[in-house]
Design a protein around this ligand. Sequence first.
Ligand SMILES: [Zn+2]
Length: 275
Amino acid sequence: MTALPEYEVLAIQYATVQRRPAENFLIADLHEGSMPMSYCVWLIRGGGRTILVDTGFNAEAAVQRRRDFIRCPTEGLRDLGITPQDVDDIVITHLHYDHAGNAILFPKAQFHLQEKEMQAATGPDMRHKLCRHAYEVEDVVHMVRQNFRERVRFVNGDSAVAPGISLHLVGGHTRGLQIVRVHTARGWVVLASDAVHYYDNVVKAMPFPGVVDVPALIEAGERCLSLADSGDHVVPGHDPLVFDLFPAHPTVPGVVVLSAAPLRPSPLAEMAAPI
Ligand SMILES: [Zn+2]
């Protein structure tokens, strides 16, 4: 039996926005204050592969939705020595605008997407403004075009992308959200994307308000814990704390190394998955 590759996993921040705590929990304490959100894409490198998880949004979407844009995600990749042509595979965790914009910038990659996510994003749910507000129609249409070009690999549940990298349907936030489990030198890391926006969504057992199925979203957080080697191996999708906890990349600002141990225990360090 050959050993699994130990992948390097990086978070690349490309935007932020100021928010209040009440905007980040389904039922919030009444206290005021600031609880900013960070926007990232994630890079997995190793075993001769370059895999991107999500593609972020562009400057135009940032203006429309009043986000503070730092850089195009491709600029973060460029500073890491990667051109869009170098990206073989792109995991789209779900089709929301902050995860599936910019796909047009990657001419060669194959996209890995849950079948349920494509069905939801092209189906009757989108008649409702509340259901479609986090989707950009052009991102969805682009993915339909990529399917006609045979560049979409549909996943239905759990599936491997490469040895030591697997995808897992969790739902909850959208109908077809998937999380990514990656083998690293420190063990199994789980990129939770929007299954867990903030550490506190799990610590307080209080989900983020963007939700299609509340029990499924709570269970998505539990699934992250059960697939990771510890709570410290679960990486929330939008928590700026990730950029304080993990070691900074030695040369590229706004990039942290998730395949390295955190500098101090994360708020999930002591949390165990339910039996
Ligand atoms: Zn998101």
